[in-house]
Design a protein around this ligand. Structure first.
Ligand code: HEC
Ligand code: HEC
Length: 321
């Protein structure tokens, strides 16, 4: 055999091996199902809902190198820390044994299959208004995720918050499903924006200040707070010209949702960075534009949020104390 032929064969084999290796690497990195809101496949639509609803940020322990959606992340609250459970389809430690109705009930009513009431750190108060088709698509997607055997970590809450019964009066006071279901919006784009921001994106969970009982203050919707999750300062995202996002254009907002860069050139950090990386940056241009239009149409509220890090003692008492 001529030397050139041998060389070509060796090169050919090399290229083939490289291609196989690259394929294996890509398969490891890419999720099994690609998110696509317009797909005929329920799991692909569900993968998109998972992005828009930011489920992965809480249910994946990114910092601890945990598996996708296998839980383990501790969310810090003024009353201690709450562990996000494993929502992979593992039958023993995840939600593999759940029916569609069990899943819908968890998101709509905040109740487990055995009737346990969930802590609202799981933002079902926002997800309650999710369309049933979207919940079922989400479940179809979760069923395709790699099952991971990982036992849920225990919550670390102080008394009386450690007692689930405490949640009943709280729910009675603040969990109004009718309020979560929306009034008619002026047009289709704003209605889509509202669904993405209020229901799926649950932006108010962080961007609205809370009263001393931990319920969002109604008159301050999206007006920001010094006492956000984990003690972070969360900016005012109403269109107030001086203290909010008044000066941002819709294009600035869309750029921010894709990249985490503000018009001032700041690179966003912390929980908002996760909300972008796990969710917002994967959404369609049309959806991001609808979100931007909706935010710009909110009532402007003047509320200057101090960026100074509050003292830990102050964090425990919320904005009213
Ligand atoms: C802000 C953090 C956060 C986000 C976002 C979040 N969850 Fe959770 N989730 C939790 C916490 C914390 C719990 C545990 C609540 C409890 O034990 O009372 C929970 C519980 C659950 C449960 C119950 C699991 C069980 O074993 O009983 C399911 C199912 C679930 N979440 C699904 C989802 C889905 C689907 C999404 C996205 C649509 C989502 N979660 C978004 C924090 C979050
Ligand atoms: C888990 C908490 C959390 C959630 C959920 C969240 N945010 Fe944020 N957001 C933050 C924090 C904290 C910052 C400030 C980050 C920083 O300054 O580095 C921020 C910053 C922002 C900013 C920049 C504002 C400014 O003046 O710099 C915008 C815009 C924003 N968020 C919009 C949204 C929208 C829209 C949603 C819902 C799709 C959302 N956020 C959901 C916590 C959150």
């Amino acid at each position: 055999m001529a030397r050139l032929d041998v060389l070509l064969i060796v090169r050919g084999i090399g290229a083939l091996l490289l291609a196989i290796l690259a394929g294996a690497l890509l398969a490891a990195a890419a999720p099994a199902v690609e998110p696509d809101p317009a797909s005929p496949d329920a799991a692909a639509r569900g993968a998109y809902i998972l992005r828009a609803a930011g489920c992965a940020s809480c249910h994946t322990d990114h910092a601890g190198g945990g598996a996708f959606l296998a839980g383990g992340r501790m969310l810090s609250l003024p009353w201690g820390a709450i562990a996000a459970p494993n929502i992979t389809p593992d039958r023993e430690t995840g939600i593999g044994g759940w029916s569609d109705e069990d899943f819908v009930r968890a998101l709509r009513d905040g109740k487990s299959p055995s009737g346990r009431t969930y802590y609202p750190a799981f933002p079902y108060t926002a997800y309650a208004a999710m369309r049933r088709e979207d919940m079922l698509d989400l479940k179809a997607y979760l069923d395709t995720v790699e099952p991971v055997a990982a036992a849920d970590r225990p919550h670390e809450l102080r008394f009386p918050f450690s007692v689930r019964l405490f949640l009943h009066p709280w729910r009675w006071l603040f969990f109004e499903r009718e309020a979560a279901e929306s009034d008619p919006a002026p047009d289709e784009r704003l209605a889509r924006g509202r669904y993405l921001v209020e229901t799926l994106g649950h932006c108010a969970e962080c961007h609205t200040p809370r009263n001393m009982l931990g319920a969002p203050k109604r008159g301050s919707h999206m007006a920001g707070t010094r006492y956000g999750p984990g003690g972070a300062s969360v900016p005012n995202i109403t269109p107030d010209a001086e203290t909010g996002i008044g000066p941002w254009s819709e294009a600035d907002l869309v750029f921010f949702f894709r990249t985490g860069f503000t018009p001032g050139g700041d690179d966003v950090q912390g929980e908002m960075r996760e909300a972008i990386d796990d969710g917002l940056r994967h959404l369609t241009q049309e959806d991001l534009e609808a979100m931007a239009a909706y935010l710009k149409a909110l009532p402007a509220i003047r509320n200057r949020v101090s960026t100074a890090v509050p003292a830990p003692a102050a964090v425990s008492f919320g904005d009213d104390w």
